[in-house]
Design a binder for this molecule. Structure first.
Ligand SMILES: [Zn+2]
Length: 255
């Protein structure tokens, strides 16, 4: 229940008292997101973290005049109803889940930047300047190692993320993404996707992807090929140690 309310239930299943594999996945996603040890077990630290996060939301809703009940850390019907009313009042889909767009409206209602409304771009100049600098170093290093690496994606618009997230859920097709708008580092200018090309065609040679990933790590980038949840060979990011939730709350990389 708490995981669903906090928008960590990526697979749209009903979390009940029966703790199954899907619940464990959602829990491990949550643990990754909040930098707890990823073990799929609701130990004291994970439990305390869930309660605290729900309480923070309840206190905020109450302070804005949406009665979320006493801040007890339980994401129950009263809190869900308050979230729905808040969402309706802010032009959001009243789903009762504190998804990233809702979180931004709650905790960073007047952002100094425009990530939510920017268009997608494959240009490195659309990234955070430091991440763009790392990306250029990475491309030079690839070239020096005889790899023709090209950028496939850089900044991803929030609308595009919503469209990708809907596939296989509310829109026809297969599930291709677990990241709602605001949950991907692409939405914050801190990630890009790249691939090695051979004779102007993207290669399927995994060895070349691994070399590319290794070179990215050498310049200090985090490579998606090392991800535990979904291995993402073309993906690179540099997060400044910020979680996407912190970015939603208004924290920004140092300048
Ligand atoms: Zn990516």
């Amino acid at each position: 229940m708490e995981l669903t309310g906090l928008s960590k239930n990526y697979n749209n299943f009903i979390i009940d008292d029966y703790f199954d594999k899907k619940t464990e996945d959602a829990l491990m996603n949550y643990q990754d997101d909040v930098r707890l040890t990823r073990n799929g077990i609701v130990g004291p630290a994970t439990w305390a973290s869930l309660i605290t996060r729900v309480k923070t939301i309840q206190v905020k809703l109450n302070s804005l005049g949406y009665n979320a009940g006493s801040p007890d850390g339980w994401f129950g019907p009263v809190t869900t109803s308050a979230v729905k009313r808040f969402q309706s009042a802010h032009g959001l889909v009243p789903e009762g889940v504190v998804n990233p767009r809702t979180r931004v409206k709650l905790f960073n209602p007047h952002p100094i930047d425009n990530f939510e409304t920017r268009p997608s771009s494959t240009s490195l100049s659309a990234l955070d300047p430091y991440v763009a600098k790392l990306a250029h170093e990475f491309l030079r290093l690839c070239s020096a190692n005889g790899l023709d690496v090209r950028i496939l994606a850089a900044f991803r618009s929030w609308d595009e993320s919503d469209r990708l997230y809907a596939l296989g859920r509310t829109a026809p097709g297969a599930v291709v993404s677990n990241a709602r708008a605001g949950d991907s580092y692409h939405n914050w200018g801190l990630a890009f996707d790249a691939a090695p090309f051979v004779n102007n065609v993207m290669t399927t040679d995994r060895a070349k992807f691994y070399l590319m990933g290794h070179l990215g790590e050498q310049v200090g980038l985090q490579w998606g090929g090392t991800f535990k949840s979904i291995v993402d060979l073309p993906h690179f990011q540099y997060t400044f140690g910020l979680t996407t939730e912190e970015l939603q709350d208004g924290k920004r990389p140092p300048r």
